[in-house]
Design a protein around this ligand. Structure first.
Ligand SMILES: [Zn+2]
Ligand SMILES: [Zn+2]
Length: 448
């Protein structure tokens, strides 16, 4: 079903003609049909739409459902792209929440209707949506723990049923409390890039949890789309990223995203095995066995004085650290990010982090699974075990700058696009990645 722009007169004329062909239709039915094609500022919005409805564990069905009606303070958005996110996969595969629901929350699209009391949006504008917005007033919010805020836990975007994101449908209703999270997509950027804001936000939030100095070394375990975002965002802050993954193809990409060293956990002792080279812009290129040290970079947004101090600190570290000797005598990591739901990866990384360092869990979202931890490593060695979940609404502007400026070029991360009716296949591929798959997107973009 393709929406199109036409004049309201044409719509109404067509409607009258269609109704005249229905001599047996009752007034009630005629009203329903009329409702189905009511116009919104020149964009024709149908009454019914296609949607992928979650009906139970691993049971996604293509169904026809009503296009959501919007209230006076709401937007209706025609969905163009919606990323397949591990949190949705978990809900689809493990029956976390009761059906029916329409999932999909990494959504970008075009405004199809604007409630009369909404200001600042026009029909036809391209937007990226944000399905959770905190109240900014509760106890959790005052501690900037937005994911723990009760309002934040409410999903403000729906395509019908219990609100669950709705991105795997043709239209979504955007409720008033999430309107502050809607970002307009610049003309030079694509709707696909817009759909990547939400996952980038979650990664930037997690990066901000790490207490790092430029020149520090951080292990990023897992180089899927999320791990690669960590690699890039940390590299942009002058952090030496040791990227690890079982797939060689992902390690190659990690170099392009700024990894200082890459390694496969399969290699003996998990020692770095492949090297990158820093370009003038902090990018690394494959360089065989030769290696040049990355220039230290200053943390963005710091004062110039503090930045200078940090740069000097980083320079000192750069001088004394030699990657070849690091491989012979690997130093402990200053921090580790676990971007893969593997307890083995956690245990190995936890052992390899220095005293006073941090281990950040990003992918262990499934409850009920336990792994032993020597608590003295936390108490005596002062290794902080921290987590980060979901996004930080206040970072939206910074996230938009990073993505739309292409400092973090998310286009490289999107490897597969599936049409709406093949959402099940998209979920299957995202949950069983191959050597050439990274971010999977359900796309309804019809103009290429
Ligand atoms: Zn997500
Ligand atoms: Zn709150």
């Amino acid at each position: 079903m393709v929406d199109f722009v036409t004049s309201p007169e044409v719509c109404v004329g067509f409607l009258r003609y269609a109704l005249s062909l229905l001599p047996c239709a009752s007034d009630k039915v005629k009203d329903k049909v009329k409702d189905k094609v009511r116009g919104h500022g020149g964009i024709r919005v149908p009454g019914m739409m296609r949607a992928i409805v979650y009906r139970g564990p691993n049971d996604l069905r293509l169904e026809t459902v009503p296009v959501p009606r919007i209230g006076p303070r709401e937007l209706l958005v025609r969905v163009a792209a919606c990323g397949v996110c591990p949190t949705d996969i978990k809900k689809i595969q493990y029956a976390v929440l009761p059906p029916p629901r329409i999932y999909g929350h990494e959504t970008a699209g075009t405004v199809a209707a604007v409630g009369p009391r909404v200001r600042g949006f026009e029909v036809g504008e391209r937007v990226a949506l944000h399905h959770h917005v905190p109240c900014l007033e509760c106890h959790g919010c005052r501690h900037r723990a937005f994911a723990q805020c009760e309002q934040y836990k409410r999903t403000g975007i729906t395509a019908g049923f219990e609100p669950a994101g709705g991105g795997y449908a043709e239209y979504v209703r955007v409720m008033p409390f999430v309107l502050p999270g809607v970002v307009k997509i610049p003309a030079r950027n694509s709707l696909l890039e817009g759909a990547m804001l939400e996952p980038v936000n979650t990664v930037l939030k997690a990066v901000n949890h790490l207490a790092l100095l430029p020149g520090d070394t951080v292990l990023v375990a897992g180089q899927g789309p999320i791990g690669l975002m960590f690699t890039r965002l940390l590299a942009l802050r002058g952090i030496r990223v040791v990227a690890s993954d079982l797939m060689e193809s992902r390690l190659e990409l990690a170099k392009l995203f700024g990894a200082y060293l890459v390694q496969s956990p399969k290699s003996k002792g998990q020692r770095p095995s492949v090297y990158g080279k820093a370009s003038a812009h902090g990018e690394f290129k494959i360089q065989g066995s030769k290696f040049k040290v990355q220039n230290p970079r200053v943390v963005e947004g710091r004062s110039s004085r503090e930045g200078k101090r940090r740069t000097q600190h980083a320079t000192r570290r750069t001088e004394i650290r030699n990657p070849k000797s690091e491989i012979r005598n690997p130093k402990p990591y200053d921090a580790a990010v676990i971007a893969v739901a593997s307890d083995d990866a956690f245990r190995l990384a936890h052992a390899q982090v220095r005293g006073g360092g941090q281990v950040l869990l990003f992918s262990h979202t499934r409850r009920g699974e336990k792994t032993p931890v020597d608590l003295a490593s936390v108490c005596v060695d002062e290794k902080d075990l921290i987590g980060s979940y979901s996004a930080d609404f206040l970072l939206q502007d910074e996230v938009a700058r990073l993505v739309f400026s292409r400092k973090l070029d998310v286009r490289r991360l999107i490897t597969h696009q599936f049409p709406l009716e093949q959402t099940s296949a998209a979920v299957a591929l995202a949950s069983n990645p191959t050597a050439d798959s990274l971010k999977i997107v359900v796309s309804q973009i019809t103009d290429g």
